[in-house]
Design a protein around this ligand. Structure first.
Ligand code: S3P
Length: 171
């Protein structure tokens, strides 16, 4: 079984994914971290030095590589479902879970780590929430294809992963 966590930046994919994998005895794969290690570059540097198109190619390749692993929880970058046929493939080879939250909530969570998000780092603080909400709206058609949608707004990663476990036990 493969579980793919999808959703916008700040929705808790990595923290929830780690907890979920530990509880299920699955391995945990973080696509961004995988790319950083493979390229020996932080994502922000990769965007600067090679551009977004190269990052999206590497992201696509990393997602395809997960299909040769079993029993894993995969945390994907916020844009992953939108590029190539990533969403369709993840749907086919795994169970996709959308951690959903609105921009204002995500923006406040990202306050201290904006510098590491190249798509957000250069925005003025007054532009941030609108930019994020527009991008969430543009991506919604992809996110909403997920098998399971979870409202992530008020839930800590601990509660979110419990909710996913409960859903899996009844599915
Ligand atoms: C991106 C999200 C980031 C990272 C890159 C692009 C996006 O991952 O992949 O900065 O397009 O939303 P997180 O969602 O883990 O922050």
């Amino acid at each position: 079984m493969r579980i793919y966590l999808i959703g916008y930046m700040g929705s808790g994919k990595s923290s929830v994914g780690k907890k979920l994998a530990a509880r299920m005895g699955f391995s945990f794969i973080d696509i961004d971290q995988h790319i950083e290690m493979e390229q020996n570059l932080r994502i922000s540097e990769l965007f600067k030095q090679k551009g977004e198109a190269v990052f999206r190619q590497l992201e696509h390749k990393a997602i395809l590589e997960t299909f040769s692993h079993d029993n894993c929880v995969v945390s994907t970058g916020g844009g992953a479902p939108v590029f190539f046929d990533n969403m369709k493939q993840m749907q086919k080879f795994g169970l996709t879970i959308y951690l959903k939250a609105e921009a204002a909530v995500l923006a406040s969570r990202l306050q201290t780590s904006l510098f590491s998000r190249p798509l957000l780092a250069d925005l003025k603080s007054e532009e941030l929430v609108d930019f994020m909400q527009n991008q969430i709206n543009e991506r919604a058609a992809f996110y909403e294809q997920a098998h399971l949608h979870i409202e992530a707004k008020d839930l800590t990663p601990a509660l979110l992963h419990e909710r996913i476990l409960l859903w899996l036990s009844t599915a």
